[in-house]
Design a protein around this ligand. Structure first.
Ligand SMILES: Cc1cc2nc3c(=O)[nH]c(=O)nc-3n(C[C@H](O)[C@H](O)[C@H](O)COP(=O)(O)OP(=O)(O)OC[C@H]3O[C@@H](n4cnc5c(N)ncnc54)[C@H](O)[C@@H]3O)c2cc1C
Length: 435
């Protein structure tokens, strides 16, 4: 169980009967499904909406993640420029930044105690090659910090510099996903937990072998969708410490609750939690053959051990404290790393956030609501709208390619650390992934 859920006495929902006429049925009660209901209802409060989830609200990535509410987008501007104009790309980034504030205001208005704290985000370089790489990220919203300026914000061992952007908040994601669901239930949305749905070839939806009567179906299952080549599950794992005393933060900083990451190729990240723990995550667990959901990959001991060791190498003072939680979950990645929001008149789907879904799901759902309501806006021209990525390779090529890419990302970090030069492996990898 994630740290976040372990701190919550999770209530259940009492929605009544599924056997009625719905305007919209949403499959998946994570951020994508719940924000879709929120935006649809905001535009038309008369809608009769059901949300079905095979497990419970936020049981997928939404209740397990690192709680970075960032303005990150998984594709680079360079690759977006192949199909989008400069103004569309600028609009995308502005919408993401605005979404952080919109979610913060929503949480405040609904009195959701999710620890929203917009302290910005640091990406820390621990050697010169990382430093020269993060220089490329500097723009009007992201600036470079010297080694001393970095230390004033975060005392990570070996830091030689960092980038800082104010556009990130830290949250407890399970509190947000639960608060959002409770707010929707108060507005009349029916949430059915423990209700696995089957979406047929004709895009109709069945629960318990019964076809639901609905005008529109939304698939919001992201990495937890089975048997598809449209996106693959890649595992992200996390560990968390016990609540830490003030002396630890006197030593390591992050006094404004900045989220932080090392400038690695194999993603690693962390946050100071609302109850003063450190929650630290990273990739590296193997992809499973056939994209099968795999509990072993969510709890891959080697990566959990690595994350604890890495945390103590970042902040040696952590050696004196206990790591109390370890968990993991899957993120959904399309072949070109592009998120998608699609609607064909009766069937809609959204996802493919590649590990950046906490803010992006809000924006994707808002855009989807506009598409469904037939409203044109600047959002309905964003790069992810009606986007169709190429499918992933068939097995065993997919298994070989994806696991090689995971291994090569680790190798690229090793290469940079030991050779003090930009990694050749990383360059080849970026070309191979086309991001
Ligand atoms: C460990 C980890 C750390 C992460 N850290 C961050 C972070 O710091 N910042 C960030 O932006 N993103 C992060 N992410 C990614 C982010 O959590 C996801 O992008 C986002 O939560 C996706 O939301 P979603 O609603 O689309 O999918 P999910 O939350 O995965 O929800 C999908 C839901 O669909 C349900 N479902 C699946 N199949 C069916 C079915 N047949 N019938 C009914 N229900 C079904 C599942 O039970 C699940 O509840 C992280 C992810 C993980 C796993």
């Amino acid at each position: 169980m994630s740290l976040w859920w372990s701190l919550i006495d999770r209530p259940t929902f009492s929605p009544g009967s599924l056997d009625q006429r719905w305007d919209v049925v949403i499959v998946g009660a994570g951020f994508s499904g719940l924000w879709s209901a929120h935006h649809l209802l905001t535009a038309d409060p008369s809608l009769n909406i059901a949300i079905v989830d095979s497990s419970h609200v936020g049981s997928g990535a939404s209740g397990r993640n690192g709680g970075w509410m960032s303005a990150l987008y998984p594709r680079s501007d360079e690759s977006l420029a192949q199909t989008s104009s400069a103004s569309e790309i600028a609009q995308l980034h502005a919408e993401l930044r605005n979404s952080i504030d919109a979610i913060g205001e929503f949480a405040k208005a609904e009195k959701i105690d999710c620890g929203f704290s917009k302290g910005g985000s640091l990406v820390i370089a621990r050697h010169q090659t990382q430093l020269s790489r993060i220089r490329d990220d500097v723009d009007e919203h992201t600036h470079l910090l010297s080694a001393d300026e970095t230390k004033a914000r975060i005392n990570m061992s070996g830091a030689v510099g960092a980038t800082f952007t104010p556009n990130c908040a830290r949250i407890n994601p399970a509190q947000l996903v639960l608060g959002l669901a409770q707010s929707l239930a108060r507005r009349g949305v029916s949430i059915f937990e423990n209700s696995p749905a089957h979406i047929g070839m004709d895009k109709s939806v069945e629960v318990d072998g019964k076809k639901l009567d609905t005008q529109i179906v939304i698939r919001a299952t992201e990495a937890y969708r089975q048997r598809t080549r449209e996106l693959i599950p890649i595992y992200s794992l996390m560990v968390a410490t016990q609540p830490l005393p003030q002396e630890v933060f006197d030593e390591i900083g992050i006094s404004e609750n900045e989220t932080f990451a090392e400038a690695n190729h194999l993603i690693t990240y962390g946050q100071r939690t609302p109850d003063n723990r450190l929650a630290i995550g990273g990739r590296g667990a193997p992809y499973t053959f056939g994209s099968k959901r795999n509990l072993a990959s969510e709890n891959y001991k080697k990566i959990h051990d690595h994350l604890r060791t890495m945390s103590m190498s970042w902040f040696p003072i952590l050696k004196n404290f206990e790591f109390t939680h370890a968990w993991g979950g899957a993120v959904g990645i399309t072949r070109d790393w592009s998120p998608f929001v699609r609607f064909d008149g009766t069937f809609a789907e959204l996802g493919g956030y590649a590990g950046d879904g906490v803010t992006l799901s809000y924006l994707a759902a808002k855009t989807l609501s506009e598409l469904i309501h037939g409203k044109e806006s600047t959002r309905t021209h964003l790069p992810f709208v009606q986007w169709q990525s190429p499918t992933w390779e068939i097995e065993p090529l997919r298994w070989l390619g994806v696991n090689s890419a995971i291994a090569l990302s680790g190798l690229a970090d090793w290469e940079e650390q030991h050779r003090s030069k930009p990694s050749i492996v990383a360059k080849a990898l970026a070309r191979m992934m086309g991001t």
